[in-house]
Design a protein around this ligand. Structure first.
Ligand SMILES: *[C@@H]1O[C@H](CO)[C@@H](O)[C@H](O)[C@H]1NC(C)=O
Ligand SMILES: *[C@@H]1O[C@H](CO)[C@@H](O)[C@H](O)[C@H]1NC(C)=O
Ligand SMILES: *[C@@H]1O[C@H](CO)[C@@H](O)[C@H](O)[C@H]1NC(C)=O
Ligand SMILES: *[C@@H]1O[C@H](CO)[C@@H](O)[C@H](O)[C@H]1NC(C)=O
Ligand SMILES: *[C@@H]1O[C@H](CO)[C@@H](O)[C@H](O)[C@H]1NC(C)=O
Length: 947
């Protein structure tokens, strides 16, 4: 018996030692960064399971990369993340890469504060659900090189401030709902180092400004297709010698096309179709790099078929549908050696279609529907399609070879090598290397390929090979890549379905998906040049957990086994020391454990041993040790009752110790009551009691340490924490929930009696916690509805009804809460120089005004993210809480509901608040392991935090 106990104690001691070792190993992520990641984790759904760890850098969180314990990169594509991008992200001051692509569930707008990410060089949010305006602070990202916000729902104009992004290489805002004119001076014209303007698929309007282009520009891809641009193409476009791809199609541009265009010697793809261009066809002779030319559906003046088409040596594709061309097609056109497609539908081409004998070997389609051709000279059996439907040559009842359209259904997908299987048994898919697995999938969109023959399989093979070699297995765990279903969509983009198969297992992990997603979203992977600009639209990967059920657990198990093995060595080494050290402890411990309140009864009027759950009785010596002998450096504040000290438990948990001053000592009974009340609370919005110390001459309460101090300090601006409207709403909600918990979920109910901003504490996530129950009253007879008691509380917050009747009800707390709400708006104490804020505001309010005519009372520190409607509802709520008659005030449950409503109006997710795990005593230590607490302590010592 005695031996088992000794062994138990030895193991206990070793556990403590190894826990301390663990605590020291971990927790090296920069605390400011941690403080940003924690709320993100709270706010987002479907975060990687590895985010359970307490150290994002060293106990690495998937998708996060660090350098010297600073977070430098977040890459989390295609994992079905849901939630919003919180403005707190600004705290990641060393962040260089943010890629959250292909998470449709990421919604809301981009926070203004994103402009404070001074190190950010890559911002990629392709294919998410973001909406709202692009914040103009984006122009403050002075290091930004790569900006991709395409495939979202952004509205409004391009902020002119983008012109300040002097390092920008890539700008992709395509496929949103952006509108307004293209900003210049300041604006896009200043981006002389940018190679890509991908702005298609929006609602931009107005003229393309002449100032936009200059010879200083180095633009390669100018994509403005599918907008509502009007006016002429500015002649200055011809100054941008570096241009390779220009898509201006599907706008309402008019006038004649400037002749300067032909100066652009590197131009390989030019799309001017579906506009309202007039005047003569431009002569583009000399554009010898031109592969793809589409000027369809414009109202050029009638012209004979230009001879210069036949001089464009690189041409693969000529699309001139409805362009008023007339006369005969010169046979030399078809001998351009790379020619694949000629689409001349709906013109006035007449005479004979004469295809020379040395025609291009790549020709696939000559489409001449709706012309005036009355004969053709084509050797029978030509291996490509010719369409002469609706030409005189097809009018007569002759059955001609070329008078119909033969539907060719071309199907392609990367073939399997040496494979006997044809199908996989489960929902897995057969890879090109003949393995069954769960591929990462999505679509590749090529915005301006230089070819038009989609039946040439060697093109897809070259793409597939180049992808595979860029995803070499030592960087990305890719086994094979499959491409399928090539087609042109209505925007004339080439779309290909992509499947990427995992290497060495049947599914990817999140790191693998994020790596591939990033390679495609950041264009780190570059396709062969003939494919031109592209983007990828990935699907959510759903197979992280398949076939690996328990992987996570078995890893954990491995760690435990490893730790146990290590522990065994430690055990042997420490047995002797352990026995010696623990022996002595054991004796003291045993005495204390058997009756922790042994000394209690001996104290007069103590009312018996307190009824406690999970609360520790500390000795004075212990607390002395934890506070470094109640040293000045551990002193963090004081109140009417005495001083508060910070302490550290042996397991690293930080505690706040309230040490009653001689004069303010409570009677033993009151003290005991407080402990009993406190020990019953387990709610994330109520401060938890860790323990107490009670002995002759000392009364101490030991609480969890709340790093960010009181709401009062934050409102006064002392703490350096910025409380914007959103945060204030969250704090109001947290405090209301804490109070509601006391009223409705503690049995018997508790009336706090001293709700005020000093008694609302803020933890590292700015979660509000109701504190200080020194005046709390338990409603032992809740049916009575009130407690008769001597009036206590704080002037300014005190319920006037209670004051006059001496009957304390839950509604007294509601009144104080109403005052607190006004304090959240005004950041003023309720009584200043004899003026009572409640009365002042009540008199000033004019409900016909947008801001109720009390703008001047509003704390100027609330940034403009406050909407008048939520402001008014908030003020209304405060004043119903402040009704003179308690019966007319809402219950705290109703208050909670209303704050949730208000948050919804502001588009805030009040559920994110409730999703947070509730903090129990056992759980609190985890909260304090992390290092932010250290920083908060500095704040307590008067060092202002940089936030
Ligand atoms: C091009 O750059 C030079 C020097 O940086 C500047 O003086 C000039 O005004 C610029 N030209 C245009 C057209 O922007
Ligand atoms: C030209 O306009 C017609 C009718 O709107 C449309 O069907 C056709 O696709 C357009 N052609 C091109 C090449 O855009
Ligand atoms: C073709 O059309 C042009 C212009 O409309 C005309 O001058 C020419 O004679 C026509 N050629 C034939 C062969 O009908
Ligand atoms: C993810 O997979 C790669 C390669 O398959 C592996 O090296 C890496 O350790 C895995 N990461 C995690 C967190 O499991
Ligand atoms: C992102 O892509 C660019 C090219 O588009 C490349 O230069 C850069 O190295 C990539 N960044 C990373 C971190 O891979």
């Amino acid at each position: 018996m005695v031996q088992t106990r000794t062994i138990q104690l030895i193991i206990f001691c070793l556990l403590i030692i190894s826990m301390q070792v663990l605590v020291q190993l971990g927790a090296s992520t920069n605390s400011g960064d941690y403080v940003v990641l924690e709320p993100l984790k709270e706010e987002w759904e479907n975060i990687p399971p590895s985010w359970d760890g307490s150290d994002p850098c060293n106990d690495p969180w998937e998708g996060i990369d660090c350098n010297n314990s600073r977070v430098i990169s977040i890459k989390l594509s295609s994992i079905n993340l849901k939630g919003e991008l919180s403005g707190d992200i600004e705290g990641l001051s060393e962040l260089q890469i943010l890629d959250l692509s292909y998470n449709k569930g990421l919604t809301g707008s981009l926070p203004q504060s994103i402009g404070n990410l001074k190190s950010l060089s890559i911002l990629i949010l392709v294919g998410c659900g973001f909406s709202g305006l692009i914040p103009n602070t984006i122009g403050s990202l002075s290091q930004l090189e790569y900006l991709s916000l395409n495939l979202n729902n952004f509205i409004g104009p391009i902020p002119a401030s983008v012109g300040n992004l002097s390092k920008l290489h890539w700008l992709d805002l395509a496929d949103n709902k952006l509108s307004g004119p293209l900003p210049v001076s300041p604006g896009l014209d200043m981006l002389v180092h940018t190679k890509h303007f991908h702005l298609g698929g929006n609602q931009f309007s107005g003229e393309i400004p002449d100032q936009l282009f200059s010879s200083n520009m180095t633009l390669k891809h100018l994509l403005l297709d599918q907008n509502q641009l009007t006016g002429k193409i500015p002649p200055s476009l011809g100054l941008v010698q570096t241009l390779e791809v220009v898509r201006l199609d599907r706008n309402s541009l008019d006038g004649s096309i400037p002749s300067t265009l032909k100066n652009l010697a590197l131009m390989s793809e030019l799309f001017l179709s579906n506009n309202k261009f007039t005047g003569p066809l431009p002569n583009l002779a000399g554009m010898n790099a031109l592969y793809y030319l589409d000027m369809s559906n414009n109202t050029f003046s009638s012209a004979d078929f230009p001879q210069w088409f036949s001089t464009l040596q690189s041409l693969t594709t000529l699309v001139m549908e409805n362009t008023q061309l007339q006369g005969e097609i010169p046979p030399t056109l078809f001998s351009l050696f790379q020619l694949q497609t000629v689409n001349l539908r709906g013109n006035k081409i007449n005479g004979t279609l004469n295809i020379a004998s040395n025609y291009s070997s790549q020709l696939k389609l000559i489409d001449l529907q709706n012309n005036s051709i009355d004969a053709y000279t084509v050797r029978p059996g030509f291996p490509f399609q010719i369409i002469l439907m609706h030409n005189p040559v097809c009018y007569e009842e002759r059955s001609e070879d070329y008078c119909g359209i033969s539907q060719t259904n071309f199907v392609y997908s990367t073939p399997q090598e040496n494979c006997l299987k044809t199908q996989c048994s489960s929902d897995q898919i057969l890879s090109p290397t003949c393995k069954c697995a769960y591929p990462y999938t999505g679509d590749l969109f090529f915005r301006a390929p230089s070819f038009s023959d989609l039946t040439n399989t060697s093109i897809y093979e070259s793409l597939q090979k180049s992808m595979l070699s860029s995803f070499s297995p030592n960087q990305v765990p890719v086994d094979s890549v499959s491409l399928s279903n090539p087609k042109k969509n209505s925007e004339y983009y080439l779309v290909l379905h992509l499947q990427v198969f995992p290497f060495g297992q049947d599914h990817f992990n999140r790191t693998g998906i994020a790596t591939i997603g990033f390679a495609l979203s950041n264009q780190t992977y570059k396709p062969p040049p003939k494919f031109g600009p592209f983007f990828f639209s990935g699907e959510s990967y759903k197979y992280f957990e398949v076939g690996s059920r328990g992987t996570h657990k078995s890893i954990t198990k491995g760690i435990i086994i490893g730790a146990a093995a290590g522990g065994a060595v430690l055990l042997i080494l420490s047995v002797i020391i352990g026995v010696l050290v623990c022996q002595k402890k054991r004796d003291q411990e045993a005495i204390r454990k058997s009756n922790p309140f042994a000394t209690w009864d001996s104290i007069k009027d103590s009312g018996g041993v307190p009824q406690l759950k999970g609360v520790k009785c500390f000795t004075f010596e212990e607390l002395k040790k934890y506070t470094n002998n109640f040293s000045e450096s551990n002193y963090i504040g004081s109140g009417g009752y005495g001083k508060v000290y910070k302490g550290t438990l042996p397991d690293g948990q930080l505690i706040a110790i309230k040490r009653a001053e001689q004069a303010s000592k409570q009677g033993a009974l009151e003290f005991k009551t407080e402990i009993e009340i406190l020990s019953r609370f387990h709610h994330k919005n109520v401060v938890s009691l860790v323990g107490f110390c009670f002995r002759q001459g000392e009364q101490m309460l030991v609480y969890e340490f709340i790093p960010n101090g009181s709401l009062k300090e934050s409102l006064s601006g002392k703490s350096g924490i910025k409380l914007d409207w959103k945060r204030r709403l969250r704090i109001a909600l947290g405090a209301a929930r804490g109070l509601q918990y006391l009223h409705d979920h503690v049995d018997p109910p508790i009336i706090h009696r001293d709700i005020k901003s000093n008694n609302i504490l803020l933890d590292e996530r700015l979660t509000a916690k109701v504190a200080d129950f020194g005046l709390s009253k338990t409603m032992y007879e809740p049916d009575k509805g009130y407690v008769s008691t001597q009036v206590k509380g704080t002037m300014g917050y005190m319920d006037p009804e209670y004051y006059t009747t001496q009957q304390l009800t839950e509604k007294s707390d509601v009144y104080s809460f109403g005052v607190l709400l006004l304090e959240l708006i005004t950041a003023r104490s309720p009584i200043v120089r004899g003026k009572y804020i409640v009365k002042e505001l009540r008199q000033a309010i004019d409900k016909s005004k947008d801001m109720y005519n009390i703008d001047e009372f509003v704390d100027p520190a609330i940034p403009s993210n406050m909407t008048p409607i939520s402001f008014r509802k908030f003020v209304d709520l405060a004043f119903t809480c402040l009704e003179d008659a308690g019966a007319n005030r809402p219950t705290m449950a109703e208050v909670v509901k209303e704050i949730e409503n208000i948050m919804e109006i502001d588009g805030l997710n009040s559920c994110a608040e409730s999703r947070s795990t509730s903090v129990s005593h056992e759980g609190t230590s985890a909260t304090f392991d992390h290092p932010y607490s250290e920083e908060s302590l500095n704040r307590y010592n008067g060092v202002t935090n940089s936030r």
